[in-house]
Write a protein that binds this ligand. Sequence first.
Ligand SMILES: C[S@@+](CC[C@H](N)C(=O)[O-])C[C@H]1O[C@@H](n2cnc3c(N)ncnc32)[C@H](O)[C@@H]1O
Length: 352
Amino acid sequence: MQRPSDDDQVLLVDALSWQAHYCTGRGSPIAARICQAVAQASQGVLRDEFPERVRFGDLIGLRVMAAVHRLALERQAPRVAMHLPTLGGTPPADARSWHNFDTAVVHALQEHPRALAWSLEHVPQTNETGRAVLLRRGLSLLGALELTGSVRLLEIGSSAGLNLRAGHLPGNPALELGPMPTIIERRGCDLNPIDPTTQDGRTTLSSYIWVDDVERFARLSQALRVAEQVPATVQRESALTFVNAVSLQHGAVTMLWHSAMWLYMSIDSRQGIQRRIAELGQQASATAPLVHLSWEWQPGGEDTFTLVLRAWNGRGHRGEPMLLATGASHGSPVQPVDLQPIAQDPLDLQPT
Ligand SMILES: C[S@@+](CC[C@H](N)C(=O)[O-])C[C@H]1O[C@@H](n2cnc3c(N)ncnc32)[C@H](O)[C@@H]1O
């Protein structure tokens, strides 16, 4: 099935059918079935809840899947919940129970039109803690680079700020080269932060996990428990405003980290952030070093992300980009790379 372009206006039923096809290809049969059931009902009993056409890039299927998952998580749709793997349910076993599942999905949305409308209006937002293994790799390397001392961990595009707690999240021992340093500050920003310590924030994050993806759901659940114990601040502001206000601190390593957010920013914001990092790099010293660590899409590669570290300490480190790992967006699988200097920083490249 051909993927339309993001800006194409497509029939809702086609957008949902495409999402069902995509979920099937990704090994998520129940998520696919939700999209199929709603696609069919959107031409019947759910007709009034949907526009006829949608912008394809708004990924309406993800919004519908989240609405259904949310109702199940909130115990508003028990006949759906009993079949969702993320909630310990068992998938329908035969044609009759698949049919009953379809009916339960459609009924849940009919009974809760406001929940559906809320979901249709909101951009899907996740916070992938699988990426914490990359941040931990960067943190574990600081000692080997003689960037010693406690770390102020600053993050742009933090979403719920779960990865600011990376020191308390599971790592991959094969990727770590030393002990975790002490983190003395955990602070980030997002245009739309989610508070993972509230019930609403937890449910929102959980609802965006696909209903078949038990592993990712368990990873998120664990991170949400950590968030209750380990405080972090996520300010509601743009990455550029946040970075412009960063200053270095004597006696601590200031580490700026980001993952899967660079492409969302305008060229002006990216250039402004790079200018501010360069200024801070000039000010950095042995007692107030700066580190910039990113896990971002590698232009040209379909789902290839690269972990790149740049450090400044007024002496040996002058911001040269060093490659630490490559891998898939969510942080698995990952291939470690031994601090390989690279000629071209991937953040300088425009997307192709
Ligand atoms: C794909 S999510 C990644 C979230 C998180 N970094 C992670 O790896 O799970 C991208 C995040 O960047 C945020 N974002 C996009 N543009 C931004 C900007 N200009 N300033 C701050 N946050 C931004 C979005 O709100 C969203 O939470």
